[in-house]
Design a binder for this molecule. Structure first.
Ligand code: NAP
Length: 508
């Protein structure tokens, strides 16, 4: 089926259905198209491509991986304005890449997946979607979920938060209609989002209370604008830009052993973090309160030159007493102090180890992916496929996250794997592929064994990397080039495969 006629009319059947139009889903669409696949559809609940970069529009939003690396290898952008791109540039980049690839005619925006259920008799997925209150079922041979790991805001479960009468919003759902000028504002959380927000809003608010539960490690941000000469060279001599990218990649990759096996190697980073505190804050008491008491790298290492000076500003208070409750107009801490506010910003992160999309996918025996995962935590084979869920592929699935380098590299590795899987299904005449249970188990056992010496397990912190069972089901504990190698070919022997009834039936 070809959808270039009218993307507003949802098809009844496609060969591949992709969920999500962020880096993962857009990349998949481009690669499917390149492979000659025309009969696919990308379902996106938002109104545009971009995923996390469409949603996170808070003041100061920018990437903390250099954009030379945090971009598709197949779509270099010679025009990045600086080494770490601001959110609007990344969003514009993704829009431009989508446009130029000519795939947007197969994207259905403002359309949400309600439920995807495997139909064993038909060997297809039945995917119920909704758009503008209307439901529609799409049958697909292959379901590719690129729903994203950092997409569903996690709201804090604080007594009385619903009774707050002022403006309240999550960092990933910034309310641009709320003018913060001169207001009393509170930010709950001191993670990657918060430390970008705080220095920006500190400049305009009347007073800012920053509620810190755990101090993050924050090292300097070596950001700079690219010169005109550099940009011209990137444009005229693409090999130079590639060289930049390669150098950044290997520079980042050199950090891996400090995270995975030898946390003591992170001493230089720890010293950088401590000197960043000294440089940004003069008050010894405040310095002590922002100094983390766990190993650097245990939580994501943050980068900023402006966060500590903002905390030290006259109009900012760092609050480290626990939050007891929220009233109609104030936050009350455990010591009984009440701090009145007009606006509350919750920068409390996302549902990562319990991704909401898993609530919407039902496998071969009718069980929800979320139920299967609730027993031992989320797990997959190669972060991509799951036993009991034939012809389901995930992009940025379990244990594919990174703390040190670009997720786009991981995404492209998964795209290669999925493309090879689809190609194998076609050439070998297969209707279904499903990873064998014991292969998936061995993969995850190996990952968990590798987690043991890592700083994420031994560093003495709680983090969103760990699930409710204390297992790290989010990060990749090896070199990223190893991930790429392991996913370079679809390994059919790890799968139970079912032949198509006729060769033409091979996922057609
Ligand atoms: P996060 O790292 O999960 O941080 C959430 C913050 O909220 C933490 O400080 C946490 O404290 C605090 N918190 C959560 N619940 C709380 C509660 N009930 N009471 C008080 N404090 C509470 O979330 P994020 O900052 O949105 O970042 C998430 C991830 O997104 C990052 O790690 C990164 O991977 C990505 N990100 C990247 C960038 C970038 O590239 N520049 C920017 C933003 C986000 P505890 O530490 O005590 O749990």
């Amino acid at each position: 089926m070809n959808h270039d006629s009218d993307p507003r009319v949802l098809p009844d059947r496609v060969r591949q259905l992709v969920i999500g139009a962020g880096f993962g889903g857009l990349g998949m669409a481009i690669k499917l198209d390149e492979d000659g696949e025309r009969d696919f559809l990308v379902i996106e609940k938002g109104g545009d491509v971009g995923g996390t970069w469409r949603d996170n529009t808070y003041p100061g939003a920018a990437c903390d991986v250099p954009s030379q690396l945090y971009s598709y290898s197949f779509a270099p952008n010679p025009s990045w304005s600086k080494s770490f791109s601001p959110q609007p540039e990344i969003q514009a980049y993704l829009q431009g890449v989508a446009r130029e690839a000519g795939v947007l005619d197969r994207f259905a925006f403002d359309t949400a997946v309600e439920e995807a259920a495997w139909d064993e008799a038909g060997q297809v997925w039945q995917v119920e979607v909704s758009r503008a209150g209307e439901r529609h079922t799409i049958t697909t041979d292959v379901l590719i979920s690129a729903a994203g790991a950092l997409c569903e805001p996690r709201l804090p479960d604080i007594d009385g938060i619903d009774t707050f009468q002022g403006e309240v919003f999550h960092s990933a759902r910034w309310d641009h209609d709320t003018d913060l000028t001169g207001k009393r504002v509170a930010v709950i959380g001191t993670g990657a989002s918060s430390i970008q927000i705080v220095p920006e809003i500190q400049k305009v608010v009347g007073h800012l209370d920053v509620y810190q539960r755990t101090a993050p490690w924050v090292i300097p941000r070596h950001d700079r604008a690219y010169t005109g000469v550099e940009k011209a060279l990137f444009k005229r001599v693409p090999a130079i830009q590639k060289l930049y990218r390669t150098a950044i990649y290997w520079g980042r990759e050199a950090y891996v052993p400090a995270f995975t096996r030898r946390p003591e190697l992170a001493l230089p980073a720890r010293l950088l973090g401590l000197s960043n505190i000294r440089r940004g804050i003069a008050d010894p008491e405040l310095r002590a309160r922002v100094t983390p008491d766990y190993a650097i790298g245990c939580k994501r290492i943050l980068i900023s030159n402006t966060y500590y000076p903002a905390l030290a500003s006259d109009n900012v208070s760092l609050v480290t007493d626990g939050i007891a409750k929220i009233t109609g107009d104030a936050i009350v801490t455990a010591d009984g102090v009440e701090r009145p506010i007009d606006v509350l910003v919750v920068a409390t992160g996302f549902h990562v180890t319990d991704p909401p999309i898993a609530e919407r996918i039902r496998g071969r025996d009718g069980r929800k992916l979320a139920d299967v995962w609730s027993e031992n935590g989320q797990g997959a084979y190669k972060g991509c496929t799951v036993h009991g869920f034939p012809n389901l592929f995930q992009i940025v699935g379990p244990n594919t996250g990174l703390g040190h380098s670009s997720m786009v590299f991981m995404i492209e590795s998964q795209l290669a794997y999925i493309r090879d899987a689809l190609g194998t299904m076609q050439t070998d005449g297969l209707a279904t592929v499903e990873p064998r249970a014991e292969v998936q188990q061995a993969w995850n056992d190996d990952l968990q064994r590798r987690m043991e010496p890592s700083v994420w397990s031994s560093g003495g912190c709680a983090s969103w990397y760990l699930d409710e069972h204390g297992r790290n089901t989010t990060l990749w504990p090896r070199a990223t080039f190893t991930f790429r190698r392991l996913l370079s070919r679809f390994d059919k022997t790890a799968y139970t495969v079912a032949p198509a009834r006729t060769r033409e039936d091979a996922f057609a």
